[in-house]
Write a protein that binds this ligand. Structure first.
Ligand code: HEC
Length: 173
């Protein structure tokens, strides 16, 4: 009898401990970093051009948007959603006035890419990145991945482009 009482107390204690800690660990899981792309996909600099973009405001940048073969094929075929294996890269540069080119033109009209600022990637893997629309987001500055606070901004904004599988850039033939 004593043993059973002890066992019951032990079980009750255990249940109590589990009940007490479960919400805490659930909260910890929710706050845990989603899976981001932490390694620069190899060969990206030789991929084909999808299009370019220029941002003003705080960014004041040029972007060259490149795609691997899977991405280019999907773009050309107008395939949505993008298949697993798709990788899209956005190479960002400063947006600077070119004195050298302006001299040639005889007026102030030339803007060229300045120093590279960062490289961003979207990697499609519908299983691995299922919590972020099937896309893994990557950001690299001087080869180093972006911090968690920055990485948490990617999906919510790109998710506004749900109709085009979270990809904003259109293919420029
Ligand atoms: C406030 C909204 C917003 C946030 C936050 C954002 N993006 Fe984007 N992203 C865009 C828009 C809009 C474009 C289209 C091209 C442009 O205007 O530069 C784009 C383009 C891209 C592209 C090229 C493919 C495409 O969808 O056009 C990649 C890759 C990319 N972003 C990755 C990222 C990563 C990685 C992060 C997080 C570090 C991120 N983005 C954060 C809005 C956002």
């Amino acid at each position: 009898m004593k043993q059973i009482t002890f066992l019951l107390i032990a079980v009750a204690t255990l249940v109590g401990v589990v009940a007490f800690t479960a919400p805490a660990s659930r909260a910890a899981n929710e706050g845990a970093p989603a899976i981001f792309v932490t390694k620069i996909p190899s060969g990206y600099r030789d991929w084909k051009l999808i299009s370019v973009a220029h941002e003003e405001g705080n960014l004041n940048s040029f972007a060259a948007v490149l795609g691997n073969d899977v991405a280019i094929k999907a773009y050309r075929e107008g395939k949505l959603p993008y298949p697993d294996g798709t990788i899209i890269a956005a190479l960002h540069y400063g947006h600077v006035s070119s004195e050298e080119n302006n001299k040639v033109f005889g007026r102030s009209q030339s803007f060229v890419p300045g120093a590279p600022t960062n490289i961003q990637f979207m990697v499609k893997d519908s299983k691995k990145y299922s919590t972020t629309g099937g896309w893994g987001f990557g950001h690299f500055k001087d080869g180093k991945p972006g911090d968690e606070a920055l990485m948490n901004t990617c999906f919510p904004c790109h998710n506004q482009g749900k109709a085009r599988d979270l990809v904003f850039t259109r293919y420029a033939p």
